[in-house]
Ligand binder design. Structure first.
Ligand SMILES: Cc1cc2nc3c(=O)[nH]c(=O)nc-3n(C[C@H](O)[C@H](O)[C@H](O)COP(=O)(O)OP(=O)(O)OC[C@H]3O[C@@H](n4cnc5c(N)ncnc54)[C@H](O)[C@@H]3O)c2cc1C
Length: 380
């Protein structure tokens, strides 16, 4: 956990009480339903936990941005990987995009309702033909007299089924490559917007993942977020925070999985002794503890860099690569110590395992992270 001052400690205790009361009893239902109900988002909003570091004038709580990461960590520690991803998108990614890039009218239009949960959000970059190769997207926005005409489709959009507003990445000048890309604040209730069926995933069931379609959708002129043609640069600028959030999810999940495993190995016996007494068990648990502590040190270093506006895309790539790969490995080792029970749905360690798998894929795959790191040393 973060180094905690009194304020952070109070906030942390509040988060724990809130999740214990409002999420713990219902999480299995949300996993079965494939999404978190709006009612829960409204309660999070009411508790001041949806826009933690947003200024009060836009409905935020005006606390430290690291507390948003702490919420992500705590949600993940409880084994709620799907909820963590949905929260990361809305509270830790889309709200900061608007805070940093939107004009005053756009901020007033969206932020106060996003802070209460009345408006839920998503961000849509990936397309069926372009994931890692984002510069190759085909969704097109054409300037018309009264705004923009948006056409195309997106895939794998977290919160896509529940979102009222989606930041959509589209080409405004296809001949200009990455410099021909712009971002739009798309009101999902306008004509021309539609959603496919929820995509069925192996884990993170409580987070809905959707395909979105835009058919000659007329957007008002004020839907453009920031400058025309600067979309790709904005995505790069905001990536460190997105990857900090994914890192917080990894840390929380590793802590949660380790706690479950520690309890289990003390209870379970084989060959007349607790499995905790086998040297293999002790060594595996020691390795996991040591890895988590190393990961936390780098994570805290990145928090400091981000606060000082010095966190680079290479720092973010190292953080995302190391913490998510470590999450998959350590949780796999924890599950192994549960034997056959670890493979059943009755033991929550299995949910930690399936929820972890996508962490090395979304928000930039591990291979792309390695490319970013290599480029920082070797150039193109
Ligand atoms: C549950 C889930 C939620 C998601 N949420 C969102 C969301 O909210 N918004 C959004 O826009 N997207 C979202 N995504 C999409 C996600 O970001 C992409 O799936 C991811 O970026 C990879 O793109 P792709 O699936 O097209 O894979 P591809 O780009 O086709 O990659 C396939 C494989 O090739 C490798 N590869 C590609 N290029 C290179 C290279 N240059 N060098 C080496 N290897 C390479 C990749 O690493 C990967 O292993 C989500 C995905 C999932 C599964």
């Amino acid at each position: 956990m973060l180094e905690q001052d009194d304020n952070t400690r109070l906030f942390y205790e509040m988060i724990c009480r809130f999740l214990e009361r409002e999420a713990d009893p219902y999480y299995p239902e949300w996993e079965a339903a494939g999404q978190v109900p709006r009612d829960f988002w409204l309660k999070l909003g009411e508790a001041g936990m949806l826009a933690i570091d947003l200024p009060e004038e836009y409905g935020g709580t005006a606390a430290d941005f690291a507390i948003t990461q702490l919420v992500l960590e705590e949600i993940s520690r409880r084994g709620f990987g799907g909820l963590a991803s949905a929260y990361n998108i809305h509270a830790n990614i889309v709200i900061p995009y608007l805070e940093h890039l939107a004009n005053e009218e756009q901020k007033q239009q969206w932020l106060p309702r996003m802070a209460t949960g009345a408006v839920m959000s998503a961000i849509a970059m990936t397309e069926p033909g372009a994931g890692s190769d984002l510069a190759n997207i085909k969704t097109r926005a054409v300037k018309v007299v009264d705004g923009w005409l948006l056409s195309g489709s997106k895939i794998f959009i977290t919160n896509g089924m529940i979102a009222d507003m989606v930041i959509v990445c589209a080409k405004t000048d296809p001949a200009a490559g990455a410099k021909g890309m712009s971002l739009f604040l798309v009101d999902a209730h306008l004509p021309g917007f539609s959603r496919g069926k929820p995509i069925q995933k192996i884990g993170q069931h409580a987070s809905d993942t959707a395909e979105l379609f835009f058919e000659q959708m007329l957007l008002p002129a004020n839907a453009l977020l920031g400058e025309e043609g600067a979309g790709f640069a904005y995505l790069m600028q905001e990536l460190p925070r997105e990857r900090l959030g994914v890192g917080a999810q990894a840390l929380g999940a590793m802590e949660g999985a380790l706690a479950l495993t520690l309890a289990y190995v003390k209870e379970r016996s084989a060959f007349g002794q607790p499995i905790a007494s086998f040297q293999n068990t002790r060594f595996k648990l020691a390795e996991v503890r040591a890895q988590i502590d190393m990961a936390r040190a780098y994570f805290n270093h990145c928090l400091t860099l981000y606060r000082q506006k010095r966190m680079t895309s290479t720092d973010a790539a190292i953080l995302k690569l190391q913490l998510t790969e470590m999450q998959c490995q350590t949780i796999d080792q924890c599950l192994q110590l549960f034997g056959g029970y670890g493979y059943t749905l009755d033991y929550p360690i299995s949910r930690f395992y399936v929820d972890a798998r996508v962490q090395t894929i979304y928000a930039g795959t591990s291979e792309i992270m390695k490319e970013v790191i290599a480029r920082s040393m070797l150039g193109k």
